[in-house]
Each structure stands twice: as structure tokens, then as C-alpha cells.
Design a protein around this ligand. Structure first.
Ligand code: NAP
Length: 306
């Protein structure tokens, strides 16, 4: 599916990667962009937008596809602003990392005759902004769509084709299930990484010297995740509160069991536990979501993450 005019609202990592991927796929769509700051708009105009506008309302005029690529907490106000200016028959999608909060904030604002199909690419890096995008970000990554009960089948099929052209594997998921699954595979792991880096930061005496100098893969990988965009992740935790708190509760329980095994010297328990978790890593490699190559953190391109 090629949409003659695509409006990107928010011009950071995800939107810029979409634009680069569209061009790489040979799409001739006009790409119109809007972001909050004039600086971002200027960079986007230089790098990947045919046109940028001074308001979101202007950007969506005449657009066949509108992509909301702003932090989750900003989606509702944008939807309200663009609603009167959307073309009849236009497809509106978003790329937010949380789905129920976006559906609640966006859907009630949109007029009849516009197709809203919420989505979430499970691809990203710890970089943000209009210079951070690249054409292959979505290659072989899942792009989850969470259609609503009244979603138009033709509009859904068209959006799927478009996303496949960007290199993504598209799947459908129920909104609530999405938020729970993402709390497990992305949101809570991010919180744990933030916490571990925070712990090292609190041990300033150590962090000033040994932790930085000798940082080996475990801590170093945490610091990469903990370098992710603060606004985006603040919004993720504020809007996927219930699912994250549920998973965190389970995490605490597991941690206490491991803590006890360490205290009691129960090596058998630890070995069995780590053997099970190692199998999960194998499963991810077999599913093509990462490579088996040893990672010493020296790869030129960051490996995608949700
Ligand atoms: P990003 O690189 O930080 O870019 C965010 C963009 O949104 C910037 O262009 C920013 O404009 C603009 N923006 C922020 N608030 C706005 C507002 N009120 N009105 C208009 N524009 C506004 O973010 P991103 O990584 O592309 O993330 C965008 C969305 O994708 C988020 O909802 C996030 O949850 C989701 N997502 C992210 C990842 C990831 O790993 N990064 C992965 C999957 C999904 P300025 O530059 O002018 O501030």
C-alpha cells in the first residue's frame, strides 16, 4: 500500500526511521512533518521531510496516513487538535509503547469516517530525535497492531501492507494483552535497568572509579537501556501503571527466592534457575530476534529494542 501523502506528527527516532524506510522501499509519498520545536522541524526538513508545518493541524490536511509519533502523554492533545482537519477516509495510527492509554486518549477525539488503528513497532534504540533514525530499524522486527472492534478491514489490510514494506513483521493483538506483554518484555526490564544504574550512581565512591572503568557486559548493557529517552519512559510508566506494577510484584517475589537461595548456599536452585533462563535466550535467537554472535558492546549499529 502506498499512501500518496503521509503526515508524521513527532519527528524523532521512530518517525525519522519510518521516513527513511519509506524512501528506501521506493515509496513516492509526500512526507509532511510536524514536531514541537522549530529546531527539530528544520532538521527533519533537511533530512527526510518534503514539507514541515508550524502546527499539527496543518500537517494532517489532505493526508492519507497520519502517524502519531509523539510521547504517549502527548497523544490526546494532538488528536484533539488534528481531528477537525483530517481527511475523510484517512488512516490514523500511532506508534506509542502503551496502547490502552493511547486508545482512551485518541479514539474519542477522532471524527467518524476516519480509521484509527493503534500500533506499536517493537524496535528502537537508546537514541532519540530527528537525527537518530535509520532505514533498517524495523527490519525483521514485530510491529503490533491493536485494532478496535469497529476497525475497517480494508483500512487494516492497507496499513499492514505499508508496514511490511518498511521491513516489519506485522501481528495483531488485543489492547489489554499488548500492555501486559510489553510490561514483561520491555517496560519492567527498563525499570530494572534504570534502578541498577541508579544503585551504582548512589554508590558514588565506587561509581566515580571502578564501576565506570571496569564496567563489564552486565552493567554496561544496563547503562545502554538506562540511557533511553526520559520523557518517553516517564510516560510509559505513568500510562501502563497497572501492568507494570503487576509484573514488578512478581519480580520482587522471584528476587526474594533467589536472594534466599544465595543466603542458604542453594547452588542447585541457582543452577536450575539459570539453566531455564538460558533457554529463553536460545528461543529469542531461534526466533530471529537477535543473533548468537558474542556481544562485547562493540557493534557499530545499536541492536533494536522495544
Ligand atoms: P523521540 O525521538 O524522543 O521523538 C519524539 C518527537 O515527538 C520529537 O520530534 C518531539 O519534538 C515530538 N514531540 C514531543 N512532544 C510533542 C508535542 N506535544 N507536540 C508535538 N510534537 C511533540 O521519540 P521516539 O523514540 O521517536 O518515540 C515516539 C513514540 O514512539 C513514543 O510514543 C514512544 O513510546 C514510541 N516508541 C519508541 C520506541 C523507542 O525505543 N524509542 C520504540 C517503539 C515505540 P521536539 O523534538 O520538537 O521536542
Amino acid at each position: 500500500m502506498i499512501y500518496p501523502r503521509v503526515a508524521l506528527i513527532g519527528l524523532g527516532l521512530i518517525a525519522s526511521s519510518m521516513a527513511h524506510a519509506m524512501r528506501a522501499a521506493g515509496m513516492t509519498s509526500e512526507i509532511v512533518g510536524y514536531a514541537k520545536s522549530p529546531e527539530t522541524r528544520a532538521v527533519a526538513k533537511d533530512l527526510f521531510c518534503d514539507r514541515v508545518t508550524e502546527t499539527a493541524a496543518e500537517a494532517v490536511k489532505g493526508a492519507d496516513l497520519v502517524v502519531l509519533a509523539v510521547p504517549v502523554g502527548a497523544m490526546g492533545a494532538i488528536a484533539e487538535e488534528i481531528a477537525p482537519h483530517l481527511k475523510r477516509g484517512a488512516v490514523v495510527t500511532d506508534v506509542g509503547s502503551v496502547k490502552q492509554a493511547v486508545v482512551d486518549a485518541v479514539a474519542p477525539n477522532l471524527p467518524k469516517g476516519v480509521h484509527f488503528i493503534p500500533g506499536h513497532p517493537l524496535a528502537g534504540t537508546e537514541y532519540s530525535g530527528p537525527r537518530s533514525g535509520f532505514a533498517t530499524l524495523f527490519h525483521n522486527r514485530w510491529w503490533l497492531l491493536t485494532p478496535l472492534p469497529d476497525t475497517d478491514a480494508k483500512a487494516l489490510a492497507g496499513l499492514k501492507d505499508f508496514l511490511v514494506s518498511l521491513g516489519a513483521n506485522v501481528d495483531e493483538m488485543d489492547v489489554e494483552r499488548h500492555d501486559l506483554v510489553l510490561a514483561v518484555v520491555s517496560h519492567t526490564p527498563h525499570l530494572i535497568a534504570y534502578t541498577m544504574v541508579g544503585v551504582a550512581d548512589h554508590m558514588r565512591r565506587v561509581s566515580a572509579q571502578e564501576v565506570i572503568k571496569y564496567s563489564a557486559s552486565g552493567f554496561r548493557d544496563f547503562t545502554r537501556i538506562a540511557a533511553s529517552d526520559p520523557t518517553m519512559w516517564r510516560d510509559v510508566f505513568l500510562t501502563n501503571k497497572d501492568a507494570v506494577l503487576d509484573i514488578l510484584g512478581r519480580f520482587h517475589e522471584e528476587l526474594f527466592v533467589l536472594q534466599r537461595a544465595i543466603r542458604m548456599g542453594d547452588g542447585e536452585h541457582l543452577h536450575a534457575y539459570f539453566t531455564r533462563t538460558r533457554e529463553i535466550r536460545r528461543g529469542i535467537i531461534e526466533a530471529g530476534q537477535d543473533t548468537a554472535a558474542p556481544d562485547f558492546g562493540r557493534a557499530a549499529k545499536p541492536v533494536g529494542k522495544a
